[in-house]
Design a protein around this ligand. Structure first.
Ligand SMILES: NC(=O)C1=CN([C@@H]2O[C@H](COP(=O)(O)OP(=O)(O)OC[C@H]3O[C@@H](n4cnc5c(N)ncnc54)[C@H](OP(=O)(O)O)[C@@H]3O)[C@@H](O)[C@H]2O)C=CC1
Ligand SMILES: O=C(O)CCC(=O)C(=O)O
Length: 425
């Protein structure tokens, strides 16, 4: 017997529309020509697959998988794979385009891609997730490749899925190909520093923005939505720099402590508690988990999902600074409200680019057959993040636009100039 899980009911803005409206604005400011505009607004390739998987109870369940290659003019496409019930083609298209802009903003030689499977990994056994990951990899044999398209982890995936992907790809090729994927376990050629790289980049961007806003880290309070890879590493690294994390949340709810949450304590609790904060005893549970967006803090880091900052809650945001750990956490319709309130936003395509930057280092190390020490990985990542921040900041002053539009301008300008030199259309 087989069954198909019903599509989830969606109640959110369309991330593709959000991405396109910012892209349009930046293209206008830059005076982008029509030809390049038309090339960039459409993804190069969209692959949709159906993956029949034998579940542990013997039934066969069919999953929908996606991989979208947005653009490859700057190099092989790069971008994570997401396992979540909310995955749709439009979401993956937006995420793939964001990867093109992100790689261009931090000036690494990659194009943009993203993949996803509509599934709920929390409700699946390890064996089911492994079979699904292997089936997805086999269905993408013509798409993936160390010189073509290089996946990595994203929401709902981690180094274990990347290890299965590398193994399946390598078996099909008849040799070990570790550069086909990044975010791998260290023993398979992963890079030191990759696990915490996205959070580290968020921390570096936040400190750079605080410096511009004359905010002292040790007098800054912070709320972080999402306590997975990005949220938890951001929390830990900001706390180490003196920032007081007053609020944290995950799918189980939001937690508040006026004196600050001890992040090591929260991490220990989460890791012993099936990966979630449910029942965390050393902070107060907030009545409304969405209240984390509007609570009384100086710095807000959304590090979970898209469109969590929207026209409904943006007017009530108290933070002076938003640093976007997640991709697309602010819907385009909320931009004007945030700008009118004078809140500085370090946008996703800049703030969370530490992850793909260290993925690039991992790929370089794999191709050279070398391993860099952690200190070198961190130093180079920090430098790239700081330089990218300064470039986006100065572009925002030059064009008199918010940081988000400035980041798009930097990215689109680089891609457009590359097209000019390469020609071919
Ligand atoms: N991993 C990476 O290197 C990169 C990730 N990103 C982006 O960062 C974001 C988070 O990714 P990542 O940390 O890897 O994913 P994870 O799966 O590791 O963590 C996601 C976190 O968000 C929580 N969450 C999910 N829904 C909600 C909600 N409605 N309210 C509050 N918390 C929620 C999850 O809770 P629970 O665990 O309880 O389900 C979990 O704590 C995504 O937008 C991703 O695209 C961007 C750049 C790189
Ligand atoms: O590390 C990578 O290659 C991509 C990470 C990613 O998916 C992202 O930055 O959104």
């Amino acid at each position: 017997m087989s069954y198909i899980e019903p599509a989830p009911i969606k109640d959110k803005d369309n991330p593709l529309e959000s991405m396109m409206s910012r892209f349009d604005l930046a293209a206008q400011k830059l005076g982008l020509d029509n030809e390049t505009y038309n090339v960039l607004k459409n993804p190069d390739k969209q692959v949709i697959v159906s993956l029949p998987i034998t579940m542990d109870d013997g039934r066969i369940k069919v999953f929908s998988g996606y991989r979208v290659i947005h653009n490859t003019i700057l190099g092989p496409s790069k971008g994570g794979i997401r396992y979540d019930m909310g995955v749709t083609l439009d979401e993956v298209k937006a995420l793939a385009a964001w990867m093109t802009w992100k790689c261009a903003v931090v000036d690494i030689p990659y194009g943009g891609a993203k993949g996803g499977i509509m599934c709920n990994p929390r409700a699946m056994s390890k064996g089911e997730i492994e079979r699904l990951t292997r089936a997805y990899t086999l269905s993408m044999m013509d798409v993936f490749g160390p010189d073509k398209d290089i996946p990595a982890p994203d929401m709902g995936t981690s180094q274990q899925e990347m290890a299965w992907l590398m193994d399946e790809y390598s078996k099909a090729k008849g040799m070990t190909v570790n550069a086909v994927v990044t975010g791998k376990p260290l023993v398979l050629g992963g890079s030191l520093g990759r696990v915490e790289a996205t959070g580290r980049g968020v921390m570096v961007s936040a400190l750079a923005a605080m410096q511009r806003l004359k905010m002292n880290p040790s007098q800054t309070s912070c709320a972080i939505q999402g306590f997975g890879n990005v949220g938890s590493n951001t929390a830990r690294l900001l706390e180490e720099r003196g920032v007081k994390i007053k609020a944290l949340s995950d799918v189980s709810g939001a937690f508040w402590s006026d004196k600050g949450i001890d992040i090591q304590d929260a991490l220990r609790y989460r890791d012993k508690n099936n990966g979630i904060l449910e029942g965390y005893p050393n902070a107060d549970k907030m009545q409304d988990p969405e209240g984390i967006i509007t609570c009384q803090v100086d710095l807000l880091v959304p590090a979970a999902k898209e469109d969590v900052i929207n026209i409904y809650n943006a007017p009530d945001i108290k933070a002076r600074l938003i640093v976007e750990g997640a991709n697309g956490p602010t819907s385009a319709s909320a931009d004007d409200i945030i700008n009118e309130k004078g809140i500085m936003v370090v946008p996703d395509i800049l703030a969370n680019a530490g992850g793909v930057t260290v993925s690039y280092f991992e790929w370089v190390q794999n191709r050279l057959g070398l391993r860099w020490p952690l200190e070198r990985v961190n130093r180079r990542c920090d430098r790239i993040m700081k330089e990218a921040f300064e470039k986006v900041y100065s572009t925002s002053l030059e064009f008199n636009v918010p940081m988000r539009i400035a980041a798009y301008i930097v990215a689109i300008d680089k891609v457009a100039k590359t097209y000019k030199f390469r020609g071919g259309f």
